[in-house]
Design a protein around this ligand. Structure first.
Ligand code: GLN
Length: 490
């Protein structure tokens, strides 16, 4: 049961091969068994999940139509609101926050029959690349418990890799879906900016944030995206673009697909073992009929500083709302005057990394520095976008490794935030340019000792609103390789 795809579960529930409640109990048992070692979940909603599954089974018994995710267990990153379910963004400042409404993605998943089993751990307000910035403590990588699952959607990635659910939601501002997917050996898709409504996502950087699926196959990512993508009146930034049935777009062929390879950029700073695995993946796609074309992204080397300026500026503004007045944590000492109350609340409620981003963001937006930092970053962002525009005149997708290295050890980079940031070099540009990008398992870095192997992700970036081509290429690759079917021994 635990190895079933979302689609197989849906079909099994629809045909009566098993009940939604049976499915739900099996996955809940897996979550309970693995969470003490993984810490992937901040909340396990067992009773609510069983009740939802029972409702699916009643619909089937009554002959009512079932949704395309009927009975599929889903885990939700803890920065997405689920009505009545504690939602913390892994922050102390929201430790007791219970949203009075559902995120649009959550509403759409449940309308399609999905069964929400719990909330997943993440970096505080999605700020991080290792899941170590969480008020709930770090998540362990299922392939090596002393290593990071990546971040910020580390809990979602670990949950899917450990077969706790076939589908989890993540959010991606600069790589938070793709990098943990790569570290944990699962599929992660960041859709085009605007493709998915962010209503009910606790905002980090509003010009970059997107919500997307994390799964063990491209087919399941396609199925999930078709359910929750599309315009939403509650989010003015959601695009009106029609949503294709992504499942149908996957034809199993990449014949004629032109893959852009920014070799100079990638070779500069990638781990040699990762590069070899990535090269082999490109050769596999070539063997399947794709053509490899050298492309240049001259401004990509500036993507990390540009990202950390823009994202921190927006974060400093978005997080101003956590003031201890309207909701969330408030300092215990109430008789200190309003200004002191704000200061103490925020000092006690936010973790170190979030404070670092707020200070950095406030600094780059301040009067004397705005032109030198924020404005300059926005200008380079436009140049980066143009690099992709010209690449896409010659190719259909651009291929890079998702991360320059495999999963690193917990604690290895916590003392040096800059080292942590530099690891985001291959993921942040898709967000800055608004483009869709997917990470798929493409092999392992083999090493002597324990663990013997760590997963590597292949990242494909596509044209605006062309998730279909990414999913088609990913699905084709999965049909000729078996990396995505391998699971860690827990
Ligand atoms: N690692 C990046 C950061 O720390 C990206 C995070 C994200 O995508 N939410 O900001």
């Amino acid at each position: 049961m635990l190895n079933h795809s979302a689609r197989a579960i849906r079909d099994g529930v629809a045909s009566g091969q098993f009940s939604a409640v049976e499915v739900c109990r099996a996955f809940l048992a897996r979550i309970e068994a693995t969470n003490p070692s993984l810490n992937a979940f901040t909340l396990i909603a067992a009773e609510r999940a069983i009740a939802t599954a029972e409702a699916v089974d009643r619909r089937r018994a009554a002959g009512d139509p079932l949704g395309s995710l009927a009975g599929v267990p889903v885990a939700i990153k803890d920065n997405l609101c689920v009505k009545g379910m504690r939602t913390t963004a892994a922050s102390r400042i929201l430790e007791n926050y219970v949203p009075p409404y559902d995120a649009t993605v959550v509403e759409r998943l449940e309308a399609a029959g999905a069964v929400i089993v719990g909330k997943t751990n993440c970096d505080e307000f999605a700020m991080g690349s290792s899941n170590e910035n969480s008020a709930f403590g770090p998540v362990s990588n299922p392939w090596a418990l002393d290593r990071t699952p990546g971040g910020s959607s580390g809990g979602s990635a670990a949950a899917v890799a450990a077969c706790c659910t076939p589908l989890a939601l993540g959010s991606d501002t600069g790589g938070s879906i793709r990098q943990p997917a790569a570290f944990c050996g699962v599929v992660g898709l960041k859709p085009t900016y605007g493709r998915v409504s962010r209503y009910g996502l606790l905002a980090f950087a509003s010009s970059l944030d997107q919500i997307g699926p994390m799964t063990r196959s491209a087919a399941d990512a396609a199925l999930a995206l078709s359910v929750f993508a599309g315009p939403d009146r509650a989010d003015a930034t959601s695009a009106r673009e029609a949503v294709p049935d992504f499942a149908k777009a996957m034809t199993g062929t990449v014949a004629g697909l032109r893959i852009g390879v920014p070799r100079t950029f990638v070779n500069d700073g990638v781990n040699e073992h990762v590069r070899q695995v990535w090269d082999r993946a490109l050769e596999t796609l070539r063997g399947a009929g794709a053509t490899l074309v050298d492309v240049e992204l001259p401004h990509a080397k500036y993507a990390t500083p540009v990202y950390y300026l823009v994202a921190s500026a927006e974060a400093s503004s978005n997080l101003a709302r956590y003031d201890g007045v309207r909701y969330g944590y408030r300092t215990a000492d109430a008789n200190i005057g309003v200004k002191e109350m704000y200061c103490r609340t925020r000092d006690e409620g936010f973790g170190a990394e979030v404070k670092r981003r707020i200070m950095l963001g406030t600094y780059v937006l301040s009067a004397g520095y705005y032109d030198a930092f924020y404005l300059k970053a926005q200008q380079v962002r436009t140049l980066l976008r143009r690099d992709y525009d010209s690449a896409f005149e010659r190719v259909d997708v651009v291929a890079m490794p998702t991360s320059p290295m495999p999963a690193f050890r917990l604690g290895e980079k916590t003392a040096d935030p800059l080292q942590m940031y530099l690891g985001d070099i291959f993921t942040v540009s898709a967000n800055l340019a608004g483009l869709p990008a997917i990470s798929i398992p493409c092999g392992f870095v083999e090493q002597a000792g324990n663990p013997a192997r760590l997963p590597v992700g292949l990242q494909l970036t596509g044209r605006m609103f062309d998730e279909a081509t990414l999913l088609r290429a990913a699905d084709t690759y999965e049909r000729i390789t078996d990396w995505h079917t391998q699971s860690p021994q827990l």
